[in-house]
Design a protein around this ligand. Structure first.
Ligand code: ZN
Length: 240
């Protein structure tokens, strides 16, 4: 069985369509989504409509939470808050209810999916290093768990200790547990502007990161036309 794991679409329709077209070439039977379908970019409604029509497993991201609630955005960076308020206004009441109903983590086949961490998924901690990954592993009941949130594709593994690093493709060792960030479809932050997602092959035991060029200029033009913060357009071409 081959799975495509996508995360952090963030309303970037051009990146999402590019990823979906690539998934069609990868002999994938099931797609799973790690949350943050909305937020930041200019097509949250369109991206959410696609995700909902795909009828796939999805977990809740922090932006899905912010954009589907009425809460005040204290402590938010002003660019993020502005985009959240704009996004709220693009979604229907029913879209927002659908986002609110998402779970923080779930099982898909033989693996787990979560947006942020397994130790406290509702607190939206960031797993950038092996210390943070080490806090998540005790709560991981499957050999493999995929996560998002940092927009930085990196793989952690645990045997007697926890190690981590960047990857393009690796084969899992049955004696180890893996906590794998799949990168971001809609707003990469590893200094590589290409859209990213993962193909997981259960028979081969492999996890492969795929990176794709997409029409960044169109996404940027839409962000500017919507009056969203310029910084959100700019960052896409640098991947940060
Ligand atoms: Zn995100």
């Amino acid at each position: 069985m081959r799975y495509a794991i996508i995360a952090d679409i963030h309303g970037n329709l051009e990146a999402f369509q590019t990823v979906l077209a690539d998934i069609k070439t990868q002999n994938v039977q099931q797609v799973a989504c790690l949350g943050d379908v909305v937020g930041y970019n200019a097509n949250p409604k369109e991206c959410l409509d696609i995700v909902r029509a795909m009828n796939i497993p999805v977990v809740k991201g922090n932006h899905d939470e912010y954009c589907s609630s009425e809460d005040h955005l204290e402590g938010f960076n002003p660019h993020a808050a502005e985009a959240v308020i704009w996004t709220r206004n693009q979604l229907t009441t029913e879209d927002r209810q659908w986002l609110r109903d998402l779970k923080y983590s779930r099982m898909v086949g033989n693996f787990t999916i979560v947006h942020s961490t397994l130790d406290a998924p509702e607190r939206w901690g960031y797993v950038f290093d092996k210390l943070a990954a080490a806090a998540s592993f005790p709560y991981q009941n499957t050999q493999l768990c995929f996560f998002g949130h940092t927009h930085v594709p990196v793989a952690f593994m645990r045997d007697t200790t926890v190690r981590g690093g960047t990857y393009s493709k690796f084969k899992m060792d049955p004696a180890r547990k893996y906590f794998v960030n799949v990168g971001a479809v809609g707003q990469p932050r590893d200094n590589n502007p290409k859209s990213g997602y993962v193909v997981y092959d259960t028979d081969a035991g492999t996890v492969e990161l795929r990176r794709l060029d997409y029409d960044i200029a169109t996404t940027q033009a839409k962000i500017r036309a919507a009056g969203l913060p310029e910084r959100l357009a700019e960052r896409l071409e640098f991947g940060r």
